[in-house]
Ligand binder design. Structure first.
Ligand SMILES: Cc1ncc(COP(=O)(O)O)c(C=O)c1O
Length: 391
């Protein structure tokens, strides 16, 4: 029977041995073997089949992490998925796996600011150069390609500014120039867009967000194709960047309802976006306006939109923007997103990174909203009362 992925998520990882509908959390540093021959046999199996779940030490994982990797590999339609202790760990693992001193990386200017700091400042100390391209002018990728370029790193949509890029064009530029590609796909998850199937070599998702869905765990996933598998495996082994079994269990539990939650986030976000789009005090940063470039690029590649959106507010009165944000009662003020609850964040300049192509004027402000699973009419009522403060 060829069940859909929605059914797969509900039925996978049952534990018939313990007669439990969920897998056990296998916590282990030492993994016990019956004999020396047994350990050698397991190691030989692991060498022959490195994605088969054969472990000789807890740092490599246990059955709990293996089950999560199997589910994610199916969701991503990838060759394999590595799981890391945080989403940012997956960003680092992707870049570190394929770059060496003297190499260059070309990165979306609108990338998540810690990724910018990692590549622009930290990797510079290792003689790896990062060049940033304009997400709406892909000629800035082509212009910056040199013999040293090893990787094009994309984040779509842009962090806080929500630009949608022409992903097909990026893949064809990369293939033509024989450059590897990675994408941070946390906003959509492979439920709405499958990067590996599309042609990317690596795809990152912060599992902290929609995969877990309950704001109580951190984790990351790095999906890969066969071409880069060995490089990433080597880097993973040499850095010990692996997710622990308790966190793997919580993420597996969250994944059971990924489709249900994302469908609802999307439905709620659409209702809130319709309300917000009528207001002239700001520009809504969400794929809703059919005649816009961002909408067309989203529609071309994505089967849905998640619950994260932005507002670009023009106001000389910064205090009124703060008052608007602080007056929201159902939107908690805090970092992260992808959980069941609504959140808001006023992006200070340093949080958007030192961007070249953001074009944010002094009197423009970025506010990020995560639309949660509350009743959308309550969220709209809340935003409506808070908007009175915006001057
Ligand atoms: C787009 C994106 N990528 C990666 C990360 C990093 O994930 P984590 O917080 O799990 O390290 C974040 C976190 O906010 C993010 O928004």
């Amino acid at each position: 029977m060829n069940n859909s992925f929605k059914t797969f998520l509900k039925h996978t990882a049952k534990d018939f041995h313990n007669q439990s509908v969920n897998p056990p959390v296998v916590r282990a540093s030492t993994i016990i073997f019956k004999s020396m021959q047994h350990i050698r046999k397991t190691q030989a199996k692991a060498q022959k089949n490195p994605i088969g779940g054969h472990y000789d030490y807890g740092r490599q994982g246990t059955s709990t992490t293996h089950i999560l990797q199997k589910i994610l590999t199916k969701l991503e339609e990838s060759y394999h998925v590595f799981t890391t202790p945080t989403g940012f760990g997956a960003v680092f693992l992707a870049i570190f796996s394929v770059t060496r001193p003297g190499d260059e990386i070309i990165i979306t200017d609108s990338v998540y600011s810690p990724t910018r700091i990692l590549t622009q400042d930290f990797l510079k100390e290792f003689n790896i150069k990062a060049v940033f391209y304009d997400p709406h002018d892909l000629k800035t990728i082509e212009k910056n390609i040199t013999k040293k370029t090893k990787l094009i790193f994309v984040e779509n949509p842009g962090s806080n500014s929500f630009e949608f890029q022409d992903l097909g064009k990026i893949i064809s530029i990369a293939k033509k120039n024989k450059i590897l590609t990675a994408i941070d796909n946390t906003w959509a998850t492979p439920y709405y867009f499958k990067p590996i199937k599309f042609g990317f070599d690596m795809s990152i998702v912060s599992a902290t967000k929609y995969y877990s869905g309950h704001s109580d765990v951190m984790g990351g996933s790095l999906a890969v194709n066969k071409k880069v598998f060995n490089k990433v495996k080597t880097a993973e082994r040499n850095t010990g960047l692996r997710l622990g079994p308790d966190d793997a269990y919580l993420i597996t539990r969250g994944l059971r309802t990924l489709d249900v939650r994302l469908d609802r986030h999307s439905e709620n976000a659409k209702k809130v976006a319709e309300f917000l789009s009528k207001n002239k005090k700001f520009k809504l940063l969400y794929p809703y306006k059919k005649d816009s470039y961002n909408f067309r690029m989203w529609k071309k590649y994505y089967s849905g939109a998640s619950g994260l959106m932005g507002l670009k507010i023009k106001s000389k009165n910064t205090n009124s923007v703060r008052k608007f944000v602080n007056s929201l009662k159902l939107f908690g003020y805090g970092y992260s997103w992808g959980g069941f609850e609504s959140l808001v964040l006023h992006q200070e300049f340093r949080e958007t990174g030192n961007r070249k192509y953001l074009n944010l004027a002094k009197d423009e402000h970025l506010v990020r909203l995560h639309i949660g699973l509350e009743d959308p009419s309550d969220l709209i009522t809340d935003i409506n009362q808070a908007l009175k403060h915006l001057k």
